[in-house]
Ligand binder design. Structure first.
Ligand code: HMG
Ligand code: MG
Length: 298
């Protein structure tokens, strides 16, 4: 049955900005995080501790983490692809880390320069170290419905990856449609394959909106009882390894959908729209959120 309350994980500062070509100063990222938490977001994916040669926009990771005025009850997470990244992240005291693997081999190579199996071997000590430090571990499963290089990805591949994630101690996994090609039944199958390895309380949806399917994909997951979703304010984002791919579904649009269905989020939509407007103004472009466009200055 459809959940009565949903938790949104705001990934705009990380997934939304990681591929941004303009320099976004740490102060702007910090201000964005402050506005997001003021809007009621309880979990924010702040940055990633990856190679600055691969993702220069996230090179200010430690500065951004240090600059945030943390609010009690808000969880701050960061991506860590390996032990080097985890050790750097640990110094900044994240509440949560995210390890990220791909359901497709080709994307694994392009994104993190190793096979799926190698990535799991690399994550195992990261997961152990994080859990020993009392840090919660999420896993992101990229290309769970489609891959820019391999095309459709079978649900069995997603189940296989979810099983590997579980085997190394990952506590929660996100089914990610990295390039936004998924449609509801395909997403449902990927989610079902994941639910053979993780409980309903330990899975989330991460949908990019390239083909305008992200809200439909969110809805079918809600109907399955899934109550945790990633979203990106103003629909920020794009993928360096998938031409034309857009950001995640806009947080404002998901909140509009959820509130319209009577589902609680704890988020103030007006303040969220202001946060989206703040970053869109900085970037010099209009928001990608449909609800944000419709409601701004109304
Ligand atoms: P590599 O080149 O294979 O790694 O990269 P390496 O171990 O051979 O190291 C090469 C150099 O990078 C060395 O420096 C290392 O020290 C350095 P050098 O000796 O050449 O000066 N290095 C690091 N520096 C800082 N932090 C680190 C780190 N690790 C190594 N953690 C690596 C492997 C994974 C590091 C690289 O491929 C990488 O950083 N990739 C970036 C991946 C990324 O950030 N992708 C985007 C996020 S995932 C995503 O967006 C999907 C998601 O949203 C879900 C979805 O939508 O699908 C989560
Ligand atoms: Mg993503």
């Amino acid at each position: 049955s459809i959940p009565t309350r949903v938790k949104l994980v705001e990934v705009g500062p990380r997934d939304g900005l990681q591929n941004e070509k303009q320099d976004v100063p740490a102060a702007v990222k910090i201000e964005l995080v402050h506005r997001l938490q003021a809007a009621g977001l309880k979990e924010i994916e702040v940055t990633s501790f990856v190679s600055p040669k691969w993702v220069p926009q996230m090179a200010d990771n430690a500065e951004v983490m240090a600059g945030i005025n943390r609010l009690p009850g808000v969880r701050y997470s960061v991506l860590t692809p390996n032990l080097k990244g985890f050790e750097a992240a640990l110094l900044t005291k994240p509440d949560e880390i995210v390890v990220f693997a791909s359901a497709s081999e080709a994307f694994s190579q392009k994104n993190i320069n190793c096979s799926i199996a190698e990535s799991i071997e690399r994550f195992a000590p990261v997961v152990d170290a994080a859990r020993a430090a009392g840090i919660y571990v999420r896993g992101a499963m990229s290309c769970s419905v489609g891959c820019p290089y391999e095309g459709e990805v079978a649900p069995a591949r997603v189940g296989y990856l979810a099983g590997l994630m579980r085997s190394i101690g990952v506590q929660h996994v996100g089914v990610a449609d990295t390039i936004g090609v998924g449609t509801p039944l395909k997403v449902q199958r990927a989610m079902e394959a994941t639910l053979r390895h993780f409980d309903l309380d330990d899975v989330s949806g991460h949908f990019h909106d390239t083909y305008g399917q992200a809200l439909a994909n969110t809805l079918i997951c809600l109907q399955m009882g899934v109550w945790q979703f990633d979203a990106s304010v103003a629909g920020l984002g794009g993928c360096p390894y998938a031409k034309g791919a857009t950001g995640n579904v806009a947080s404002e649009d998901v909140v509009y959908l959820l509130h319209g269905m009577g589902i609680e989020t704890g988020i103030d939509l007006d303040k969220l729209i202001d946060a989206g407007q703040f970053i869109s103004d900085f970037l010099g472009r209009s928001t990608q959120s449909r609800a944000g466009k419709a409601l701004f200055n109304k």
